[in-house]
Design a protein around this ligand. Structure first.
Ligand code: BES
Ligand code: ZN
Length: 623
């Protein structure tokens, strides 16, 4: 245990020393008790930021947002300036307590953007910044009508995590800085706007919408969606938003969401955010889901028609506790958001679908963990739970490690101390840290005091240091053997030994059995074997995006051409990076560079700016 504290103190000191400009110049105070978040240029951790009033207009013709952000502050440390994060923003003017003030923008730093300096007085209370977003706003995806389901109206959505909020509003963009907000958003007539806040349920004639978030949240949870959007009720406090043509399908798919919220509450305490709604976005949305408070943003690729992929909603809902209520203080502590959430998601799933079902999720997650460790290298520091993202884009930390090593670490603690005591601990942990951001080290200290201190043997057997500050898969990593996979393994073996697919017993298989069946096939199947599977199970035509994506990757490896047309169609409209990256990189690896380039160039404009950035590298070889 001791070494942890050495590492911790070392990190704090390093952070403080690396603060390259003298305090007098930046208005920063050197406080070695404060952990430095290296991904924000703001000094708002030393000024108390209370509230934001955002007053913006969304212009689809010019593809930009403009308006003002008014921050209510309390300059408790009497600093001479306040610094905000910006990324490709034009600052039109700045008012401090209603009086015009000159401000200055620093030169842009890669990933981080430009620091906006505004002189303030000891008693300054409001800072109002008029601004306009730029064409490289990484948080914004502007869709043309043909990129939506309805094809008639344009659509806009934001994706602020990790450090992209600064590209659509000037803010203190660090997960350790929280504030409440109100907003007034003007959109073109006929469209609805929604935020991570109290939301309208229908359009109004003025096309001006008002929002309120009365719980303090960090900037990465700021979110906005604008489009032709309809609402469907699920129960009293849950509902679903989607484009009108998708609304009923989405409503059907999410039938169990109300029950999910109640189940989550029965595990870890009250849901603290009022309503829980989900919005199903157009297909270009770059990720599976985003836990924007009160309103999860979700990819339409989970609308399978049979409710088989709703588990993703359990994950985003779980963030209402782990992540949104108790937040990682810096992106180096990212496992605190995602590892807890993955653990919690599987607990919700177990409570709703039974242990055998949840065991499959654990095993698939373990396999992801293994694969990621082998991708990154078993000695790589990127396989530590505590990350070191200094000088890097926080996206570099977005691997399976925080998710899977994190969730397995918590599972190990559960197994060691027993579920009952661990649940009591977690309930207390969420209650005592509600609306706070904390570091890994603060969590470990809390864990020690409240759970492990009195159990020396348990503490020794967990070996926290190996998990948090060590690489790879620790020797004591728990692994379940799902009973439901036994039948699947048997079926796969039979198939590989020559049994025709029609004779395999695949009755009542869920998505997870199918994924396991396909994942564990040999690296490259013969075209004949692919054909035999496809004729019986119709994978090429699958409406389940997880299964389809895996199947298309196998088709590329096996040169199974009958799947190519469907794969190209999939790539033409799906923007989820998790699906795009494996397909394009498999094409590149198996001598199909021309095919990859042709398809990519044709559909590149349908992908999110961040997906374009990474696929440009994978497919076009640009740096
Ligand atoms: N918060 C994440 C998404 C995220 C993380 C966006 C970091 C940007 C930076 C979200 O909760 C998430 O994990 N989504 C997953 C789905 C989940 C079921 C594992 C996804 O999008 O695939
Ligand atoms: Zn998550």
């Amino acid at each position: 245990m001791k070494n942890i504290w050495i590492v911790f103190v070392g990190a704090v000191l390093l952070g403080a020393c690396n603060n390259s400009q003298p305090a007098s110049q930046t208005g920063k105070i050197m406080d070695t008790n404060v952990v430095k978040d290296l991904h924000t240029l703001s000094n708002a951790d030393s000024i108390s930021i209370k509230h934001l009033f955002l007053d913006i207009a969304v212009d689809f013709d010019k593809k930009r947002i403009s308006g003002s952000a008014t921050w209510t502050i309390e300059n408790t440390n009497k600093l001479s300036e306040i610094i905000f994060d910006t990324y490709d923003l034009t600052i039109d003017s700045v008012l401090v307590d209603g009086k015009k003030q000159t401000s200055s923008l620093d030169k842009e730093i890669e990933f981080l953007g430009s620091a906006l300096h505004i002189p303030i007085a000891a008693n300054s209370q409001t800072v109002q910044i008029y601004y306009t977003t730029g064409q490289y706003a990484r948080a914004l995806q502007w869709l043309e009508p043909q990129q939506t389901f309805g094809k008639k109206y344009p659509f806009l959505y934001t994706q602020s995590e990790s450090i992209y909020a600064r590209s659509w509003l000037p803010c203190a963009d660090g997960p350790g800085i929280r504030y409440t907000y109100d907003a007034r958003v003007q959109v073109p007539k006929g469209l609805l706007a929604l935020m991570s806040a109290e939301n309208p349920q229908e359009k109004n004639d003025s096309a001006v919408y008002h929002f309120k978030m009365d719980k303090p949240i960090p900037a990465y949870l700021m979110a906005l969606a604008v489009g032709d959007i309809a609402f469907r009720k699920i129960d009293k406090r849950t509902g679903v938003y989607a484009e009108p043509v998708m609304a009923d399908k989405a409503r059907y798919e999410f039938e169990d969401v109300g029950k999910m919220v109640t189940t989550a509450e029965s595990l870890y305490g009250p849901y603290r955010w009022g309503r829980y709604d989900v919005i199903v976005l157009p297909p270009g949305f770059p990720i599976g889901g985003m836990e924007n408070p009160k309103l999860t943003f979700a990819t339409p690729t989970i609308i399978a028609g049979d409710r088989s992929l709703v588990n993703l909603v359990a994950h985003e809902l779980a963030h209402s506790w782990s992540g949104n209520l108790v937040t990682n203080k810096t992106w180096n502590d990212f496992w605190m958001n995602e590892g807890f959430t993955e653990y919690f998601e599987r607990r919700i799933s177990e409570a709703m679908n039974g242990k055998d079902y949840a065991d499959m999720l654990w095993e698939l997650g373990y396999e992801d963990f293994e694969d990621e460790v082998s991708n990154l290298g078993k000695d790589s520091k990127d396989t530590w739970l505590k990350l070191d993202l200094k000088g890097r884009d926080p996206d570099a930390g977005l691997t399976d490690i925080p998710y899977e090593k994190g969730s397995h670490f918590l599972k190990l603690i559960e197994n060691t101390v027993g579920r009952k005591d661990f649940d009591v601990f977690l309930n207390k942990y969420f209650a005592e840290h509600a609306f706070k951001s904390i570091t890994t080290e603060e969590f470990l200290a809390y864990l020690d005091t409240n759970l492990l201190n009195s159990r020396q043997a348990a503490k020794d057997s967990i070996n926290i240091k190996a998990w948090v500050y060590g690489p790879g898969i620790p020797a004591n990593c728990p692994r379940v053997k799902p009973v439901l996979f036994e039948k699947v393994d048997a079926a796969r073996t039979q198939f590989l030994d020559g049994t025709p697919p029609a004779q395999l017993n695949t009755e009542s298989w869920t998505t997870y059995e199918w994924l396991h069946f396909l994942r564990k096939m040999p690296k490259s199947l013969t075209v004949d074997k692919m054909k035999a599977l496809d004729e019986v199970f119709h994978f090429t035509k699958s409406t389940n995006s997880e299964i389809a994506d895996l199947w298309f990757a196998m088709a590329i490896t096996a040169n199974y051409e009958p799947a190519y047309e469907a794969m190209e169609h999939f790539l033409s409209y799906v923007g989820r990076r998790k699906f795009l990256e494996p397909l394009y990189s498999e094409m590149m690896k198996t001598g199909k560079q021309d095919m990859a380039k042709r398809i990519y160039q044709k559909y590149r404009q349908n992908y999110h700016p961040l997906a374009q950035e990474s696929l440009d590298k994978t497919v076009l070889g640009t740096k």
